[in-house]
Design a protein around this ligand. Structure first.
Ligand SMILES: Nc1ncnc2c1ncn2[C@@H]1O[C@H](COP(=O)(O)OP(=O)(O)OP(=O)(O)O)[C@@H](O)[C@H]1O
Length: 677
């Protein structure tokens, strides 16, 4: 009985308005959608999808598509199966087809209604009923299958039905056309088991811009709940209703919903509000609360009898009910265009559910300019599809208040732009860092090469007098016969460079950018006597981004070991001139800048330095109260007040290497000074 369109697709003609009473009224985009379907089928793409925002008139479109394909088939007994998954959708489809094509025989396969296959043009079947009555149908009984709200079509029951009619794969001979507002969020892989191509898409914003849908104003209200612990269903991944109800159906949240409604009603003169609650208990509690505050509200749940439900819907449409509450009933296929406010009190992780809920309010109606959509979101927003996330705003920046979809799109664009900018900046920074890295590692390599070279080209002074001649050190003669300590004081402490003693047998000289030289003295036995052995080391501070391990701050290079401090000192001279001229790429004669006699060192210490040194000294004094007799915080204050920049930077440098030693020494010196008066 089935008419195999694939064999006759060339017979399909572009859609033209025919005898249907709606045809003259079909909107342009609806005609386009029909033509796209016809074209695809003509080209042998038999399992197709039409994506159209809620309220776009999918029922109207598929009614006309049925008529079109039926006419083109030339068959007098062309039969269409429309698959729906809920009562409202079945009735809506039935109404629309009958109204559009009054001479078509439309029958329902649902509940206690049964189709007479011999004399029916359109079978509207609820999936749940049809699956139990499949024996009644032969596989070629139908010529076209329409799936309403096709994002559900991946469910097993749909597949079984499609298999029964030999329409479960792309080689099907009969077209399968799915309609949905939310294809994009369905599991693509799974959806592709049922649909091969989405041939037409028209989104919510396009429809609003073209005035086919009413503008929404979105407000988010943060409520003090934590949904992160709410259990999730393993199949739908949405919150489990029981668990969600525990968190949402609490007096504080319900009161917040009431107060928000009252406030918005006052501001906007709301007349017809649709509220989505979590479960029957939630809706009942809210109903009680709203009624107690004089609000004319009713509710519909799965327990409400069909007749009663129809009466409530009728009264609501007539404006007799202010707030209509429901849980899971009015999500799809509800056509109540007068809705001017939606209270989303049922947080969801399902994008399609949110789209469907919002869609109820966006139908055009003479009584409203906007539909106010109020979204109650928890503070964590973990995985919740809230209104901002719906339009691609990852996480709402604060809350929304009366934002239109267009504004939300702008917010999204701004965020995308900000993200793009920050990515660009990051890329730029990364590039700069890379350059610095390259430059630094080049410098570092060069530096290492230079220090190696220095080692090789090091001038070894044959004698002290040769050193004195070459360094013009006037103090030379007094060194003879001095103790280690005396020599150190003379050659390092008395040097023209600001060496600091940062530990008992250790001195350091700051170079630049954290790089410094250190001289360590070790007493070693030599032919029965103890002699000093000095080691000169270069500490090169590793740039932070080059550090593999945060505890390793310096690259250390041993430069010279000698028992003669003068060797060390002359080597230092050489290193300094090499370093400052080459490795650090400083032109001119920068050596004076680290000289103890540089002018900058005599300037008064900055306030920051004064405060910092003062804090360090006071903290050290507090730790070692008993060690000093006279020095106190007043003494410290007097000392730091007159401190110059050179001294301050020496103290800070020494304490950066060994925090306590130099502070203790300084306190001791100050204490001594105080005793002396
Ligand atoms: N061409 C048209 N002329 C007049 N009214 C139309 C037209 N198309 C759609 N409508 C009306 O727009 C409303 C929404 O249509 P319909 O219910 O078919 O949309 P839908 O896309 O199926 O929505 P939902 O996804 O919410 O079920 C209905 O009231 C319908 O009568």
């Amino acid at each position: 009985m089935s008419f195999h369109l694939t064999k006759q697709f060339h017979l399909l003609k572009p859609f033209v308005q025919t005898r249907n009473i709606w045809a003259s009224k079909l909107r342009d985009y609806q005609k386009d959608a029909i033509n796209e379907c016809v074209d695809a089928i003509k080209n042998g793409i038999m399992r197709i999808g039409v994506s159209m925002a809620t309220g776009g008139g999918k029922t109207v479109v598929f009614s006309s598509l049925i008529e079109k394909l039926s006419q083109d088939s030339g068959k007098t007994d062309f039969k269409t199966l429309v698959l729906v998954h809920r009562r409202e959708l079945a009735h809506q489809a039935s109404r629309t087809i009958k109204r559009s094509f009054p001479d078509k025989i439309v029958q329902l396969e649902m509940g206690n209604q049964h189709v007479d296959t011999r004399q029916c043009d359109v079978i509207i079947a609820s999936v749940q009923s049809l699956i139990r009555r499949m024996d009644k149908y032969r596989k070629d009984d139908v010529d076209l299958i329409i799936i309403d709200e096709a994002h559900h079509a991946v469910a097993e029951s749909y597949t079984r039905i499609l298999e029964h009619f030999d329409a479960a794969d792309k080689n099907t001979n009969i077209p399968v056309v799915g309609f949905s507002a939310t294809f994009e969020r369905a599991d693509n892989k799974a959806l592709s088991d049922v649909i091969d191509k989405i041939v037409y898409h028209r989104g919510m914003l396009d429809m609003i811009n073209d005035n086919w849908l009413c503008e929404g104003k979105f407000t988010t209200i943060k409520i003090n709940t934590d949904l992160s612990k709410v259990e999730k269903s393993s199949s739908t991944k949405d919150f489990k209703i029981n668990s969600l109800s525990h968190v949402m159906n609490v007096p504080e949240v319900n009161e917040m919903i009431l107060l928000t409604y009252l406030q918005k009603k006052k501001e906007n003169g709301l007349k017809s509000t649709l509220l989505f609650g979590v479960d029957i208990a939630h809706v009942t509690n809210l109903h009680e609360l709203f009624t107690a505050h004089g609000i004319n509200s009713r509710y519909v749940t799965s327990n409400t009898k069909d007749e009663q439900r129809d009466t409530i819907i009728k009264e609501f449409k007539e404006g007799k009910i202010e707030v209509l509450m429901n849980c899971g009933i009015f999500t799809e296929g509800t056509d109540m265009p007068n809705i001017d406010c939606i209270l989303l009190c049922r947080p969801t992780r399902s994008r399609s559910l949110l789209v469907q809920m919002i869609g109820r309010g966006l139908r055009l109606h003479h009584s409203k300019t906007y539909c106010h959509i109020i979204d109650f979101v928890d503070s964590s927003e973990v995985g919740i599809i809230s209104v901002p996330s719906l339009v691609g705003i990852p996480k709402s920046q604060g809350t929304l208040d009366e934002n239109t979809l267009e504004e939300l799109e702008k917010i999204k664009e701004e965020q995308v732009e900000a993200k793009r900018l920050s990515m660009e900046q990051e890329a730029q920074r990364a590039l700069e860092n890379q350059n610095i890295f390259n430059e630094n590692s080049a410098k570092f390599k060069e530096f290492i090469a230079n220090t190696d070279a220095m080692d090789l080209t090091m001038t070894t002074y044959e004698s002290l007098s040769q050193f004195f001649e070459q360094t013009n050190n006037p103090d030379v003669k007094t060194l003879e016969g001095m103790s280690y300590y005396g020599k150190e004081q003379e050659l390092l402490g008395g040097s023209k460079y600001p060496w600091v003693k940062f530990n008992k047998d250790a001195w350091a000289l700051a170079l630049q950018k954290g790089h410094h030289l250190r001289v360590y003295m070790k007493r070693v036995p030599d032919n029965g006597i103890t002699v000093a052995k000095y080691t000169l080391k270069l500490y090169r501070e590793i740039p932070k981004f080059l550090r593999h391990d945060n505890s390793v701050r310096y690259a250390v290079k041993q430069i010279l070991v000698s028992s003669d401090l003068l060797d060390i000192v002359s080597k230092v001279e050489e290193i300094l001139s090499n370093l400052y001229n080459e490795a650090f790429n400083i032109s001119g004669s920068p050596l004076t800048s680290i000289s103890k006699y540089s002018k900058w060192r005599r300037d008064k210490a900055s306030e920051k330095q004064v405060n910092f040194v003062s804090r360090l000294l006071k903290a050290e004094l507090a730790k070692r109260q008993g060690d000093f007799e006279r020095i106190d915080s007043n003494g410290i204050a007097t000392y730091v007040k007159d401190m110059n920049k050179g001294t301050a930077s020496d103290i800070l440098f020494a304490t950066s290497l060994a925090p306590s030693y130099s502070l203790r020494k300084l306190l001791k010196a100050l204490d001594f000074k105080m005793i002396k008066g």
